[in-house]
Write a protein that binds this ligand. Structure first.
Ligand code: GLA
Length: 653
């Protein structure tokens, strides 16, 4: 009997222990599962690594994040309550505005209202009985995510029984749309290229089709030669003028003929630059081997045959000190820049570099301040074809943010670049200050960043991409708006890479939108690790044709209704490229509740809204299929959540 009582006692103790009140702090959960709009989530620190502070109040614990932020936690119905203090971190800028939502099983349990910097932290204490899933969501407060550093301070869940568990965002299955590249030869874009009289000329003709493909070029101007084996036109750019050359590509399956126009003395980058940049994958860990590997992979993967050309080194190549002659050479990670340039040029590809008009780059390396001419000459000597010139520490040099001060360092470098013995495409990077799109061309820029840095989340990519309407009037051949580099494939901003966090539909949106926007297409991924999906995404010549259309128009937003957007871009022959997008609504439950497959939506546009008339054929560009029928009034399609239908409208005679 005594033994039985003892055993019962033990069972009672165990039971009471398992039912004991327990606490899990949000900072103890797996924060890699929390989606974030900028930076990395931080345990017990703000997103920038400072002590969590809201309106002067300091919190020991909590999670520092950045709008738009989402986290889903499985509660198994065993949670009792969620407690936290919510607010904008004091480290953020004055324009911060966010709204916090606590959701349980598709219901909003608590919402903060719009919160700004300096607002006292709001206390949250919400019962969670019987709730299965807790959603923590921070919106951009209805504007954009700039400066939206937000904290869930001292956040904890009280539970009894099974421990709450952070859930991974759902993974959408990949699906490929681009049909396989046909065996017949195809001469791909660009069909126009610019160079300056008397300077070195290099152009790789992008041709696909089963090898061997015989390529011939007729009517080359004096000074230029064609290397059949390498598919490269090279030599010295002829005098100012337009030279139309006939290119023929032939193999046992067929033949393609195209006219490619060499424009001498009409500027550079006559179509948006396409290629690769080291930043979004390697960050400051870039080195010569990685750049060489990127160039090799651009060719071996076939991307170069679809027009991808530039290999751009971003920050991190610079030596620690200038030489005695005040030259800025490369650091030990780049033992031979000239040999690297030769290797890249041998493929007919082009090499880019990065610097700052300030004394230091954003990554803390030496910039070109007070050595602009010398640096440009060094680059020309190495064989550099492209410069990304990043404002960074010029902040400390500029007297203020007036337009003359914003323009000054860019005008200065432009003159120097024009004087060197090479064509160097000039990319301004100053994150859109002073509406750079309105004067970027005037200061000599071939392209200019219109926004802050992109990251591989839907909120970052879509916020940047869908806000480019204001810049549309300023794009054209030789001068492009740059909404930042592509975030598909394997990325990382440092040595460790991860697969893009964009879903396949979001990636179709990204490439379609950047193509409609006539944006530079600069891949930010490790090209040696391209999976089939990414390669398929980047080799659709009908989509690339929208980006490389010689007219150089940038799409405008024709419609924006309740998460449905339509953008249209004029192509050279009077036809329109039209993107139907479904971005989802701002409803926090919809934004957050991804446990079910998100529904597609019907998006419509009429010819009247597009400003066109008459019968049209419709070509689905991703699928490369003409949709049966003649369309006389408009178009409507089921568009996936965060996805796109990209078409070309061809007027019937
Ligand atoms: C800035 C730019 C980025 C990258 C880094 C390099 O943040 O916007 O694109 O060039 O500097 O430090």
């Amino acid at each position: 009997m005594k033994k039985l009582i003892f055993q019962l006692l033990i069972v009672a103790i165990v039971l009471s222990c398992s039912e004991k009140d327990q606490i899990i702090y949000l900072d103890e959960t797996d924060l890699s599962k929390m989606e974030i709009g900028w930076g990395e989530n931080q345990a017990n620190q703000s997103v920038e690594g400072n002590p969590i502070t809201i309106a002067g109040e300091h919190f020991e614990r909590g999670v520092g994040t950045h709008a738009i932020s989402k986290m889903m936690i499985a509660l198994h119905g065993t949670a009792e309550k969620f407690e936290a203090y919510a607010g904008v971190d004091d480290e953020s800028g004055d324009r911060a505005s966010v709204e916090f939502f606590v959701m349980g099983d598709k219901m909003i349990l608590w919402q903060s209202g719009i919160m700004k910097k300096g607002d006292k932290a709001k206390k949250i204490s919400i019962p969670l009985e019987d709730i299965q899933k807790l959603g923590l969501y921070i919106s951009n407060g209805g504007d954009n995510i700039n400066y939206d550093h937000a904290d869930w301070a001292d956040a904890k869940i009280h539970y009894k029984g099974e421990k709450p568990l952070a859930l991974s965002p759902p993974v959408q299955k990949t699906y490929t749309l681009t049909p396989p590249t046909p065996p017949e030869p195809r001469i791909n874009y660009p069909w126009v290229t610019g160079a300056s009289p008397g300077k070195p000329f290099l152009f790789r003709i992008p041709v696909t089709g089963e090898k061997p493909v015989h390529i011939s070029v007729e009517h080359l101007p004096a000074g230029l030669k064609f290397d059949q084996e390498k598919r490269i036109i090279h030599g010295t750019t002829p005098p100012k003028g337009e030279y139309v050359v006939n290119v023929t590509a032939e193999n046992k399956f067929g033949k393609d003929v195209k006219r490619i126009t060499i424009k001498s003395g009409h500027g550079l980058a006559l179509t948006p630059p396409m290629g690769w940049n080291s930043w979004n994958c390697w960050g400051l860990s870039v080195d010569q081997e990685k750049v060489k590997a990127a160039a090799d992979a651009l060719v071996s993967s076939g991307l170069a045959d679809h027009g991808w050309t530039y290999i751009n080194i971003d920050d991190g190549w610079e030596a620690e000190q200038r030489t005695e002659n005040r030259e800025l050479l490369a650091n030990e990670k780049f033992p031979d820049m000239k040999a690297l340039a030769d290797h890249i040029h041998d493929y007919g590809l082009k090499l880019g570099i990065y610097s700052s008009p300030g004394p230091y780059t954003c990554g803390g390396y030496l910039g070109s301040h007070e050595h602009e001419k010398q640096d440009a000459e060094t680059w020309a000597d190495w064989g550099i074809d492209y410069l990304k010139y990043d404002w960074c520490s010029y902040n400390d040099i500029a007297a203020d943010r007036s337009l003359p001060e914003l323009k000054k360092p860019y005008i200065f470098m432009d003159k120097i670049l024009k004087d060197v013995d090479r064509d160097i495409v000039y990319s301004l990077c100053q994150y859109g200050m002073g509406d750079v799109w309105t004067w970027g061309e005037e200061v000599g820029g071939n392209l200019w960043r219109t926004t802050g840095d992109i990251t591989d989340t839907w909120s970052s990519m879509s916020r940047i991409g869908f806000s480019q309407d204001k810049c549309s009037p300023y794009a054209g051949p030789g001068h492009w708006n740059d909404p930042d580099m592509l975030v598909v494939g394997q990325l990382g901003w440092g040595p460790d890479l991860h697969k893009t966090r964009l879903t396949p539909d979001e990636q179709y949106t990204h490439i379609s939108l950047w193509s409609l926007l006539s944006a530079p297409l600069l891949l930010g991924c490790d090209l040696t690790q391209l999976d089939d999906f990414t390669l398929n995404l980047l080799t659709n010549d009908e989509v690339i044709a929208v980006n490389q259309a010689p007219l150089g128009d940038q799409a405008i937003k024709v419609k924006d209704e309740n998460g449905k957007q339509v953008w249209a871009k004029k192509l050279v022959d009077g036809t329109l490229a039209v993107g139907l997008f479904y971005t989802g609504t701002d409803d926090p439950v919809e934004a957050m509740w991804w446990e079910d497959e998100m529904p597609a939506s019907n998006v419509k546009i009429s010819w009247e809204e597009l400003g066109i008339e008459g019968s049209h054929k419709i070509r689905d560009l991703w699928r490369q299929k003409t949709i049966p029928g003649n369309f006389t009034e408009g178009l409507e399609a089921q568009v996936p959540y965060h996805g796109v239908i990209l078409v070309r409208l061809l007027p019937m005679e």
